[in-house]
Design a protein around this ligand. Structure first.
Ligand SMILES: Nc1ncnc2c1ncn2[C@@H]1O[C@H](COP(=O)(O)OP(=O)(O)OP(=O)(O)O)[C@@H](O)[C@H]1O
Length: 248
C-alpha cells in the first residue's frame, strides 16, 4: 500500500473545544486525538453531552477547536479563515443530517446537484447518474421532496453529499428521524458507499444497531475518547454504552 493510501482522511491531534468563558465554560472536547481511516465507516457514540456533535463539527470544519490540530488529508483546518473553510466544506466534504435539509421548491435532481451549482462546478452526468442509481432514485429525479417518503428524502441528502466526490461524508444522527426499517435501509446504503465506492464515512449516532454498520466505533465520554471497537455488533456496542452509564 502506498503512503498516500495509508494516511488518514481526517486526523485530530489534541483537539479541545471550550464553549463560553469563566465559570460558565463547558469543555466539550478535551485533548482528543484520533485518526479517521480512509475508505472506512467510523461511528461515534457516547452518552448525551459527551461531545459527539462537537467532535463531528470540529472534524468537518463546521466548528473551530479552541486548541489542537485538525487535518483533512494534508490540509490543516485550524489555520483556515471562514471563507476558506466554507470553500473546503463545499468541495471536499459532504454532510447528512437528521433533518434532511432539502430545498422544497427544487426537484430531486436539482437538490442533488445544488452543491455543484454553489461551487460553480460542471455536472458530470455520468457520475450523477451513478450516484442517483446507487441511492435508488433514478425514477424520482423530477419529484419534489414533499412527494417522497422520509427514507427517500434522506437518500436524496446522501446523493447530494456524494455528488461532489467528497473525501469524507459526515453524518450527524442521519437515521434519527426515520423509523427502524427505513433507518436500516439508509444505513445499508451508507455501508454500500464505503464498500462499493470506497467512500469514507463518519457518523454520530445514539443507536447501537446503527453503529454496528460501521467498521470501527469511537466511544466518547465527557469530551474524551475512552474506547474504540472494531467489527462492532449491536449487542457489544450496547454493553459498552451501558458501562459508560449512558442508559441509567
Ligand atoms: N454552542 C454551545 N454553547 C455552549 N455549550 C455547548 C454548545 N454546544 C455544545 N455545548 C455543550 O458541550 C457539551 C457537548 O455537546 P455535544 O452537543 O457535542 O454533545 P453530544 O454528545 O453530541 O450530545 P447529544 O447526544 O445530546 O446530542 C455539552 O455539555 C453541551 O451542552
Amino acid at each position: 500500500m502506498s503512503e498516500a493510501v495509508r494516511t488518514d482522511a481526517v486526523s485530530m491531534d489534541r483537539v479541545s473545544k471550550v464553549y463560553g468563558k469563566g465559570r460558565g465554560a463547558v469543555a466539550a472536547l478535551r485533548e482528543v486525538s484520533a485518526g479517521i481511516p480512509r475508505g472506512r465507516f467510523t461511528a461515534v457514540m457516547g452518552p448525551s453531552g459527551s461531545g459527539k456533535s462537537t467532535f463531528l463539527h470540529c472534524a468537518a470544519g463546521l466548528d473551530t477547536p479552541t486548541s489542537g490540530s485538525v487535518r483533512l488529508g494534508d490540509t490543516e483546518l485550524s489555520a483556515m479563515n471562514e471563507t476558506k473553510l466554507t470553500e473546503l466544506r463545499r468541495q471536499r466534504v459532504g454532510f447528512v443530517f437528521q433533518a434532511f435539509n432539502l430545498v422544497s421548491s427544487l426537484t430531486v435532481e436539482q437538490n442533488i446537484t445544488l452543491p455543484l451549482r454553489l461551487a460553480r462546478t460542471r455536472v458530470d452526468r455520468k457520475w450523477l447518474d451513478e450516484v442517483v442509481g446507487r441511492v435508488g432514485l433514478s425514477e424520482r429525479t423530477g419529484h419534489r421532496p414533499a412527494q417522497l417518503s422520509g427514507g427517500q428524502q434522506q437518500r436524496v441528502a446522501i446523493a447530494r453529499a456524494l455528488v461532489t466526490r467528497p473525501e469524507v461524508v459526515f453524518g450527524d444522527e442521519p437515521t434519527g428521524a426515520l423509523d427502524t426499517m427505513t433507518a436500516r435501509d439508509v444505513l445499508a446504503l451508507l455501508r454500500e458507499t464505503v464498500d462499493a465506492m470506497g467512500q469514507t464515512v463518519v457518523m454520530v449516532t445514539h443507536d447501537p444497531v446503527a453503529a454496528s454498520y460501521a467498521d470501527t466505533v469511537l466511544f466518547l465520554a465527557d469530551g474524551r475518547i475512552v474506547d474504540t471497537m472494531d467489527a462492532p455488533s449491536g449487542g457489544k456496542v450496547a454493553a459498552r454504552m451501558t458501562r459508560l452509564g449512558a442508559w441509567k
